[in-house]
Every structure is written in C-alpha cells, then in structure tokens.
Design a binder for this molecule. Structure first.
Ligand SMILES: CC(C)(COP(=O)(O)OP(=O)(O)OC[C@H]1O[C@@H](n2cnc3c(N)ncnc32)[C@H](O)[C@@H]1OP(=O)(O)O)[C@@H](O)C(=O)NCCC(=O)NCCS
Length: 185
C-alpha cells in the first residue's frame, strides 16, 4: 500500500512521513549499512547488507503494490531519518492474520518521539486491515525499543536466549512481542 505524504511537528521539527518510492532504493541501502553499524539491535552486521539497487527497488515495489504491506519513510526537517514497515506473514492462509513490524532510525533521530509517531501511524493502518495481531522481535538489551513497544500494548510472549552472537563473542537474547489488534478495534 502507498501512504500519501503526511506532515507533523514534533519537538519543533518538521516531520514528513510517506511511502518509499523506487528512486529511494540507493538511499535505503546506504541507510541499512549505516543503521546496522550504529546499533547491535538490528538484523545483521553492516558487511552483510548486500542488496543491489534492483533488489531494493523490487522490495519497495512489492510493499507499495501489496494490500497488506507498508514501507514508511520519515524525514526530519527535510533529511531522511529512518524507516518503519509492516508486512503480512506471507506463505499460508494460516498465517495471514499476522503482521510483522520493523523499525530503525538513524541514531541522530532517536529519542525525541519519532519512533512512537511512526509506530502509532503503522498501527493505525494495520487496524484498518483484517490483521488480528502485530508481531515483532526485539533484542534483550534494547531497553528503549522494549519500553516503546510495551507502552503501545505489545506483550512479551517468548524469548530465545543467546539468539545473537556478536563478533566480539558476546550474546544477546531475542524477545518476541505480540499486540492483539482485534481487541483494539
Ligand atoms: C527503537 C527506536 C525505533 C525507538 O524510537 P525513538 O524515536 O528513539 O523512541 P521514542 O523517542 O519515540 O520513545 C522512546 C521511549 O523509550 C524511553 N527510553 C529511552 N531510553 C530508554 C531506556 N534505556 N530504557 C527504557 N526506556 C527508554 C523514552 O523515555 C521513551 O518513552 P516515553 O515516550 O514513555 O517517555 C529507535 O530508537 C531506533 O530506531 N533505534 C535503533 C534501531 C532499533 O533499535 N530498532 C528497533 C529494533 S527492534
């Protein structure tokens, strides 16, 4: 799905939210490399980001064309600040009531409410769709993200101990969180 441009003011800054466009592809690849180097809480190490521009364009188009997916970009005072997304847990009818959520901001744009704004925006769109639950995974040490998700109603429902082993030999758990959407409609 495609979300038309929306404008907000947050902490005195102008926020623009809009769906990704195919010509954002290179910007999104560069962003993934940067955000994965800024925090240990995302899906991989930066040298594991190997998407081509064509693959990223396909990824963007797939989200825009699907009825059950959204790739939402945020701009703060005109600068790209990060992405939040949801997509249906594809594959089988049995999983079609579940949506997966992801979000990552550049560090310089964290901590002033943008994550909450984007999550609320995603959840508002999700609630218009036939999804019954929103799901996400968060690292055990990611206290900020955990707090944000919990405050939005997500509940911890499982934990994989030592799910991530970092290059320095340390580990972190992965926590599964679920928000029931039917009860909130
Ligand atoms: C996680 C992330 C999306 C949160 O967005 P954000 O804009 O920084 O967060 P917000 O400012 O909207 O809200 C953060 C909340 O966490 C709280 N918080 C901040 N640091 C915290 C900490 N160490 N422990 C507990 N709560 C904390 C804030 O007080 C705020 O809560 P409040 O609104 O109740 O006061 C963002 O920081 C980010 O992208 N981080 C890097 C990538 C990442 O971790 N992605 C999530 C992967 S699951």
């Amino acid at each position: 799905m495609v979300l038309a441009e929306e404008t907000y003011t947050l902490d005195g800054k102008k926020i623009v939210l809009r769906s990704a466009r195919p010509d954002d592809a290179q910007m999104l690849i560069d962003y993934l490399k940067t955000v994965t180097s800024e925090t240990r809480f995302l899906m991989s190490e930066p040298d594991e980001i190997e998407y081509t521009k064509e693959e990223e364009e396909q990824f963007i188009n797939k989200h825009n064309e699907a009825k059950d997916a959204l790739l939402l970009l945020a701009f703060v005072d005109g600068e790209y600040a990060g992405t939040a997304s949801f997509e249906g847990k594809a594959g089988t009818r049995r999983a079609s009531h579940r949506a997966g959520i992801g979000i990552a901001l550049f560090q310089k744009y964290t901590g002033f409410g943008l994550g909450r704004l984007m999550m609320n925006r995603l959840l508002a769109e999700l609630k218009k769709l036939p999804f019954e639950q929103a799901e996400l995974t968060v690292s055990g040490a990611n206290k900020r993200a955990y707090h944000l998700y919990e405050s939005l109603g997500f509940q911890e429902c499982g934990r994989i101990p030592n799910a991530d082993k970092y290059d320095d030999g340390t580990y972190d758990d992965k926590i599964e969180m679920v928000l029931r959407l039917c009860e909130e409609r």
